[in-house]
Design a protein around this ligand. Structure first.
Ligand code: UDP
Length: 240
């Protein structure tokens, strides 16, 4: 087996990536595929944290309005990420690797509450830790959560799963002349207002010199491919 490019990473999987071709909900076969890929990555000896989004269920910014404050809508969004995390946790465990969901919002009857020391211990024990509930605060995103948890866990990189195989000079679906960047600095990513991650996430990554690898998740074994140095991706920042 190829020596992995990183030994410790956080993988960010958006809610949308869990719904497959549907705009809403959870596509179980797709979840099983991600779980199998994560288990293979873990078997390569990589310590894995996973941050899941909630956009396949709801996004606070879309739901908030006259009848619902943004903080309340964001609480609902954070709860959505917990639902996704539980589905992924079950699939990972079925695929053969122990996993633990740790939520930033305390709900002890449902899953563990995020506690840094305990999360570090899970990683040492080769359990895949799924960080749910975002940062636990409104007005943030799960992309920011991924960078935050990666920094807290002493990870070498964030692997950001998207629909496209990296960062392009324009939207490749709309502009056939769009070209893919091999590498960008955090500064360039922030300056060009890339839609691939929000500015808060990039700023936190820049401050902590945390590389972000943007890659496409739609093919089988996409995560292990990135970890083996194969597959197409864009590196934002530089390898430490
Ligand atoms: N959210 C939040 N604080 C956080 C992370 C997430 O309030 O730290 C809420 C927010 O409403 C967001 C929703 O959870 O819209 C789902 O997260 P996100 O939009 O990042 O999911 P993704 O786009 O990755 O599916």
């Amino acid at each position: 087996m190829a020596e992995p490019a990183f030994k410790r990473v956080v993988v960010k999987i958006s809610g949308e990536a869990l719904s497959g071709s549907e705009p809403f909900g959870i596509d179980q076969p797709i979840v099983e595929r991600y779980a199998a890929d994560l288990v293979s990555a873990s078997e390569m000896g990589v310590r894995l944290g996973v941050v899941v989004g909630g956009g396949n269920i709801l996004r606070g910014a879309h739901l908030s309005g006259e009848n619902l404050s943004r903080p309340t809508a964001d609480s609902m969004g954070m709860l959505a990420t917990v639902m996704n995390a539980l589905v992924l946790e079950a699939a990972i465990e079925r695929a053969g690797t122990p996993a633990r969901t740790m939520s930033a919002l305390a709900m002890p009857q449902v899953c563990e509450t995020f506690e840094r020391a305990r999360a570090l211990r899970h990683l040492e024990e080769r359990r895949i830790v799924i960080f749910a509930g975002g940062t636990g605060n409104p007005y943030f995103t799960t992309d920011t959560t991924a960078v935050l948890r990666a920094a807290e866990m002493g990870c070498e990189a964030v692997l950001k799963a998207t629909n496209v195989d990296g960062v392009y000079s324009a939207d490749p679906k709309k502009d056939p002349t769009a070209t893919r960047y091999e590498q960008l600095t955090h500064e360039e990513a922030i300056r060009s207002d890339l839609k691939v991650m929000d500015a808060t996430a990039f700023a936190l990554a820049r401050e902590n010199r945390m590389p972000i690898i943007v890659f496409a998740i739609h093919e089988a074994n996409a995560i292990t491919a990135v970890l083996s140095g194969a597959g197409r991706s864009t590196l934002v920042g530089s390898r430490n």
